[in-house]
Design a binder for this molecule. Structure first.
Ligand code: SAM
Length: 505
C-alpha cells in the first residue's frame, strides 16, 4: 500500500500541466542534441527520463539512495579497505539567493541530491561573485544534466523565487565509503548475482546475522560494514548452526567488534539483561509475550515452565500476577533473577532452575493444590495459566499433567465450584502442510480428545520456509489431572529448588 502510494505521489509530482501537454502534443523533432529539440520534445524527453528514474528507484532500487555506485574495483574485496571507495563525480547545482533558501527547499525537495552523509546545500567558493549572497543547492544528477531538464513549470517557479536558471553549473564532488549504506556497499563488493545479505536482528549492542554459505568468504568485511553503518552496534555475530540444543541458544561466531555478549534490551517497556551467547532471546516474540501478559488478570497465577530470562514472567509479575518461573538453563535462571531486580518487581515471583517436568510435578503441583484449597476455603476463584514456550519439545512435556493430582489425598477440592481448571498456552513448531491438524493430533495424543472442546490453534509466526510456530491453547480437565492409569509417579531425587522471593507465592 505504501509502495503504491509512493508511486502515485511521484507520478502526480511529475504530471505537472506542462508535462501533460507535452505528452499530448507530438514533438516535431526528436534528436539527441538538446539544442535542436523543440520545446515539447525536450519536455517529453525530460518526462521519460524522470519516469525511468522513478521506476528504477521505486521498483528496482527501492533501498538505494545514492545516485552513483562505488567504484567497480571494490568488487570481490574480502578485507575492508575504506579508501578504495573514493569516486569523483560532477553534481548539478543551482545558486539560490539566501533569502529564497526556504522556498527553494519546499518547492524542489524531491529534486535534491540525496546521498548519505551529504548535505545538498553548500557554500560557493570565495572567488565566486555569488559567494556572499547565494548558496549552492546540489540537485539529483539522475534528473538534471543540463538546464534544459527543468520543466517550464519549474522554470516559472525558479523565476518567482529569484533563482537565475542560467547560473546552473556542475559541482565537483568526491564520494567515499561513508556515502553508501550497507546494501549499496554489499551490492558493490559481493560477486554479481550473489544475493545481498538479508536483514539482521539487533539485540542491544549485538547485530546478529544469518549469512548464506555463498557469502561466508566476505563475512568479516560484512561484519565490519554492519558495525560501521550502525552506531549502536558494537558486536557483530553470525549464527553458526540451527538452534538445536536444549537451551535454544545460538552457536555463534564473532565477525567484528568486541567479544561482549552481555547485553540489555527493552521489551514491552521492561529491561532484560542476559548473555546472548548462553541463553535464548528472540526479538521477534515481543508481540506474543505482550498478547499473553495482556490477557492475564491481576488475580491470576502464572506457571511459566520454560521461562528463559523472563519475557512472560517479569511483565506478568510487574502487573501483580503471582508467578512461578522456571528454566533448566542456569544462565537463564540467573538472568531471570537479575531481571526481576532490574525491573523492581514488587509482586510475587518465584524463580526455579528445574527440568520442566520436574517443575510441574513438584513445585506447581504443591502450589496448585495449596491455591485450590484456599479458593474453596475462602470461596474465591483464581485463574491458573501455564505458558510452555519450548516449541520444539513442549507438547512432549504435556504428559506431566496426566494423573498429576491422582496421588493427592483428599482431592475433592477439584470438583468444587470455586476451582477453575488451568488454561495452557503450549507452543509448537510444525512443518506439516496442515499445521493446525498436526499440532491438534499431537496434543490429543498426549492428553486425549477431552481437551478438543476448547482447543484453539493459532499461528504465531513463520520461522523458516515451510516451518511455522503455533500456539495451542486449551483447558486441562479433572480427567487428565486425576487419570489413575497414566499416572507416572515422581520417583526422582528431591527437586533442586532455588526460590528467590516467595513472600506470597
Ligand atoms: C524457546 S525458549 C523460550 C524462552 C522464553 N519463554 C521466551 O518466550 O522467550 C525455551 C526455554 O526453555 C528452556 N528449556 C529447555 N529445556 C528445558 C527443560 N527441559 N526444562 C526447563 N526449561 C528448559 C531453555 O533454556 C529456554 O530458555
Amino acid at each position: 500500500m505504501i509502495f503504491v502510494r509512493a508511486i502515485a505521489k511521484r507520478v502526480a509530482l511529475f504530471l505537472s500541466p506542462s508535462c501533460v501537454i507535452s505528452k499530448l502534443e507530438l514533438p516535431r523533432v526528436l534528436n539527441s542534441d538538446d539544442t535542436v529539440l523543440t520545446h515539447e520534445a525536450k519536455e517529453l524527453k525530460s518526462f521519460f527520463r524522470r519516469a525511468v528514474y522513478i521506476f528504477r528507484h521505486a521498483v528496482v532500487m527501492s533501498d538505494c539512495k545514492c545516485p552513483v555506485s562505488p567504484p567497480s574495483s571494490v568488487r570481490g574485496m574480502t578485507k575492508l579497505d575504506r579508501s578504495a571507495f573514493k569516486v569523483s563525480m560532477d553534481v548539478p547545482g543551482l545558486p539560490v539567493p539566501v533569502k529564497s533558501i526556504s522556498d527553494f527547499n519546499k518547492k524542489f525537495k524531491a529534486s535534491l541530491c540525496k546521498i548519505t552523509k551529504l548535505k545538498p546545500i553548500v557554500l560557493l567558493p570565495e572567488s565566486d561573485e555569488l559567494h556572499k549572497t547565494h548558496r549552492l543547492f546540489l540537485l539529483d544528477p539522475n534528473l538534471y544534466k543540463t538546464l534544459n531538464d527543468f520543466s517550464s513549470r519549474q522554470q516559472e517557479m525558479l523565476k518567482e523565487i529569484g533563482v537565475d536558471i542560467k547560473s546552473f553549473r556542475l559541482y565537483p564532488l568526491e564520494l567515499g565509503y561513508d556515502n553508501w549504506n550497507v546494501t549499496e556497499i554489499m551490492e558493490a563488493v559481493l560477486p554479481e548475482g550473489t544475493s545481498n545479505i538479508s536483514g539482521f536482528s539487533t539485540i542491544g549492542h549485538i547485530a546478529h546475522l544469518n549469512l548464506k554459505q555463498e557469502v561466508l568468504k566476505y563475512k568479516h568485511l560484512i561484519g565490519q560494514v554492519v558495525m560501521d553503518k550502525n552506531t549502536m552496534v558494537k558486536t557483530v555475530v553470525n549464527k553458526l548452526t540451527m538452534i538445536d540444543n536444549t537451551f535454544r541458544n545460538f552457536q555463534m561466531e564473532l565477525l567484528a567488534g568486541e567479544e561482549n555478549y552481555i547485553t540489555r534490551v527493552k521489551e514491552n517497556g521492561l529491561t532484560f539483561e542476559f548473555d546472548f551467547s548462553k541463553v535464548y532471546w528472540n526479538p521477534r516474540l515481543g508481540t506474543e509475550h505482550m498478547r499473553i501478559v495482556d490477557s492475564l488478570g491481576r488475580e491470576d497465577i502464572l506457571y511459566d515452565v520454560f521461562a528463559g530470562v523472563g519475557p512472560f514472567s517479569v511483565p506478568a509479575a510487574k502487573k501483580g500476577v503471582i508467578v512461578l518461573a522456571n528454566d533448566l538453563n542456569s544462565h537463564s535462571y540467573e538472568s531471570l533473577q537479575k531481571n526481576v531486580k532490574l525491573n523492581k518487581i514488587k509482586g510475587s515471583i518465584g524463580c526455579y532452575n528445574l527440568d520442566g517436568r520436574e517443575f510441574i510435578k513438584t513445585v506447581v503441583k504443591d502450589h496448585m493444590c495449596k491455591t485450590w484449597n484456599e479458593c474453596v476455603e475462602n470461596e474465591t476463584k483464581r485463574n491458573i495459566v501455564f505458558t510452555m514456550n519450548l516449541p520444539a519439545l513442549a507438547v512432549e512435556f504435556l504428559d506431566s499433567f496426566v494423573g498429576l493430582l491422582a496421588d493427592v489425598k483428599d482431592h475433592d477440592f477439584i470438583d468444587s465450584e470455586w476451582v477453575t481448571m488451568p488454561k495452557v498456552y503450549c507452543y509448537s513448531f510444525s512443518k506439516s502442510d496442515n499445521p493446525n491438524k498436526d499440532v491438534t493430533d499431537r496434543v490429543v495424543a498426549v492428553l486425549g480428545s477431552g481437551i478438543l472442546h476448547d482447543l484453539n490453534i493459532r499461528r504465531v509466526r513463520n520461522v523458516a520456509p515451510n516451518k511455522d510456530m503455533l500456539c495451542a491453547t486449551f483447558t486441562l480437565n479433572r480427567d487428565i489431572l486425576l487419570d489413575q492409569q497414566h499416572q507416572v509417579l515422581h520417583e526422582g531425587p528431591p527437586a533442586k529448588q532455588m526460590k528467590m522471593e516467595e513472600a506470597a507465592v
